[in-house]
Write a protein that binds this ligand. Structure first.
Ligand SMILES: [Zn+2]
Length: 135
């Protein structure tokens, strides 16, 4: 399947939203000292990841929506697979998944947010002189 060039590719592989080649994050999300820290710009195409100060605050909305979707999905799965489970176990499972998945949700929300604003442009052509400040 040729899915390079799709936003899903960038999100799942944690790649630059513009060229899908360079890394987006400084480290793996579960490297907790650097969880969610992203590079200033793509190491391959050199386009900037942060277009204005505070740009990634908006990723909170993505994170919130994702967390609620995961919590509801788990709850529905519990209702289908184990409808007699005690309420405190249901809560423990949902909270456990949210806490353990937190660093991953945080990272994914940032790259989803970036992909909402940045489109795939392919690799930078040699000599085009772009430094990430495109019209
Ligand atoms: Zn790039």
């Amino acid at each position: 399947m040729d899915w390079k060039g799709t936003k899903l590719y960038s999100i799942i592989k944690f790649k630059c939203p513009y060229c899908h080649e360079g890394q987006f994050f400084l480290a793996h999300p579960y490297n907790l000292r650097r969880a969610g820290d992203l590079l200033d710009k793509c190491p391959v195409c050199h386009r900037r990841y942060t277009i204005e100060p505070g740009f990634y605050f908006g990723a909170m909305y993505v994170s919130y929506a994702m967390t609620v979707a995961v919590a509801v999905s788990i709850w529905v799965a519990i209702m289908v697979l184990a409808p007699d489970m005690a309420l405190h176990w249901q809560a423990a499972i949902i909270i456990g998944v949210i806490v353990l998945g937190g660093p991953m949700f945080y990272a994914v929300s940032k790259i989803v947010w970036a992909n909402m604003f940045f489109d795939y442009k392919g690799p930078v052509e040699e000599g085009s002189g772009t430094d990430g400040h495109e019209a």
